[in-house]
Design a protein around this ligand. Structure first.
Ligand SMILES: NC(=O)c1ccc[n+]([C@@H]2O[C@H](COP(=O)([O-])OP(=O)(O)OC[C@H]3O[C@@H](n4cnc5c(N)ncnc54)[C@H](O)[C@@H]3O)[C@@H](O)[C@H]2O)c1
Length: 467
């Protein structure tokens, strides 16, 4: 199948490369000329495990190419994925300008039937806005061409994006006609666990194309959920809000556990073993960050506000997360005092989570800025986010960048661990003690055993565990 992907960021590039790998003929479009030039030259604008190889393999096979030419891209794909950014606007709502610009650009140059698929995370009602934008452009051109709009939110995780895309827990397809819904239900019933099917669709043609597109994945993973577009759009926000809720819930209980002398790790095992709860997303830490949870939570709050509603749980989740991002700073101040002039700290982990170089809303930014504001200086290290960090802290002379974990430690008053990269898990503690000015570690990710740290003679502060 011929596919065009509008927006070649984390989602667009991974989707494009994976669809190409399944044998489709894919064009990835972006308005960022530098990004496209880099990709054409064999470079990679983001760090994502396995992506470089997947892209170059499919480029060599002639199934994947890159362009800035919207006309070429619209002419190419029967399916046009929109995978552009939906950042937070000033009022917290999702900024829809890129999605609408993408939709309009399709309307401006399409000349035959197209399925337009929203893969970006978009507020409920966007499928209708996209439809209206395309129809408006066609009207301006004096044309009446058929097209379908489908909502197909993406659930991949940065750091494991390829695997998530190729082996998804589910594929949500939002489209809108009863007839096609019935056909889809019938079609997929033999393949799927009945409890996993929620079916609906817009029209037969779009359904057929989407079915064909996902067929290779479906064969292994029988997890396509078809529903109406509004439900599909809300599903994505609901998923992120639920995951964020688990994180904030555990962080709040971790703070309580500290007061009570309980150990949040034991509590996590105690509740995770309950099948109704499960273990995922129950780790206490420094608060969630990244390009999705913070902005999606805010967008959901904003949507509720537009309908005169307050989402009290979601509001609390967001508030708890903001507080949690300060938690490690509180511990540092508790140990070293309110003023940190002349203090120097090693910070390990800058990306918002391991296996990505993404620093959008990363807790490390809050931690480092908080330390700088009190007069401290920093030696920072991250296995892959160093280039991004240099860009983020370009105007901060007091943030220096080490070339190794141990290099960051030299002469620091303490080590602060913000992201749980694998290579931080088993350091040489004797060497660490020698390099640090004082043997103090603030661990925002509970990487080490407190008893072992005590034996090693390291003053150890972690999250939700007895000191
Ligand atoms: N990053 C994730 O882990 C993730 C996961 C699931 C869903 N999402 C959602 O997917 C969407 C994209 O996220 P991302 O992280 O890939 O964003 P990104 O910022 O990495 O990439 C977006 C790309 O779109 C390009 N772009 C903007 N307007 C364009 C236009 N009119 N035509 C062509 N290209 C255009 C930008 O130049 C950029 O390269 C967002 O809505 C996000 O919430 C992201």
């Amino acid at each position: 199948m011929k596919i065009s992907i509008i927006g070649s960021g984390y989602v667009g590039l991974v989707s494009g490369a994976c669809f190409a790998d399944l044998g489709n003929d894919v064009i990835c479009l972006d308005t960022d000329e530098k990004k496209i030039a880099l990709l054409r030259g064999g470079g990679m604008p983001i760090y994502e495990p396995g992506l470089q190889q997947l892209v170059s393999h499919n480029v060599s096979a002639g199934r994947l190419r890159f362009t800035t030419d919207i006309e070429e891209s619209v002419a190419h794909g029967a399916v046009q994925f929109i995978a552009v950014g939906t950042p937070s606007d000033q009022d917290g709502s999702a900024d829809m300008r890129y999605v609408i610009a993408a939709a309009r650009s399709i309307g401006r140059s399409m000349s035959e039937y197209r399925v337009v698929v929203n893969k970006s995370t978009v507020p409920v009602g966007t499928a209708e806005r996209v439809r209206a934008s395309i129809a408006d452009e066609l009207r301006t051109r004096g044309l009446e061409l058929p097209f379908s709009v489908v909502s197909n939110p993406e659930f991949l995780k940065e750091g494991a994006a390829i695997d998530d895309f190729l082996r998804p827990d589910r594929i949500v397809i939002g489209a809108s006609s009863d007839k096609a819904r019935a056909i889809m239900a019938e079609l997929y019933a033999p393949f799927m666990r009945p409890d996993r099917i929620v079916v609906g669709s817009s029209d037969e043609r779009a359904t057929q194309i989407m079915r064909q597109l996902y067929a290779p994945i479906l064969r292994n993973h029988d997890r396509i959920l078809v529903m109406d577009p509004r439900s599909a759009e809300l599903t994505k926000y609901a998923a992120n809000a639920m995951l964020a809720t688990r994180i904030s819930f555990m962080n709040e209980l971790a703070n309580l556990a500290e007061k009570l002398g309980a150990n949040i790790e034991s509590v996590r095992h105690g509740i995770g073993s309950d099948q109704r709860i499960g273990y995922d997303f129950l780790y206490a830490g420094v608060g969630y960050g990244g390009s999705c949870f913070p902005k999606d939570i805010q967008a959901l709050q904003h949507t509720a506000g537009e309908y005169g509603m307050q989402l009290t749980i979601v509001d609390s989740v967001e508030k708890a997360n903001r507080t949690q991002k300060q938690r490690i700073l509180e511990k540092v101040r508790g140990r070293f005092g309110e003023q940190l002039d002349g203090r120097h700290f090693a910070v390990w982990g800058l990306s918002f989570k391991p296996n990505t170089d993404d620093m959008r809303e990363a807790p490390s930014r809050v931690v480092i800025n908080g330390l700088l504001a009190r007069g401290a200086s920093i030696s920072a290290y991250d296995p892959v986010a160093m280039e991004e960090a240099k860009r983020v802290f370009a105007k901060e002379p007091d943030v220096r960048f080490a070339t190794s974990t141990v290099g960051a430690l030299d002469g620091a008053d303490a080590l602060i661990i913000v992201t749980e990269w694998k290579e931080f898990r088993s350091p040489d503690f004797e060497d660490m003690k020698k390099r640090l000015k004082s043997p103090v570690v603030f661990d925002g990710r509970n990487l080490y055993d407190p008893a072992m740290m005590r034996e090693a003679g390291i003053e150890y502060f972690s999250m939700g565990r007895p000191q």
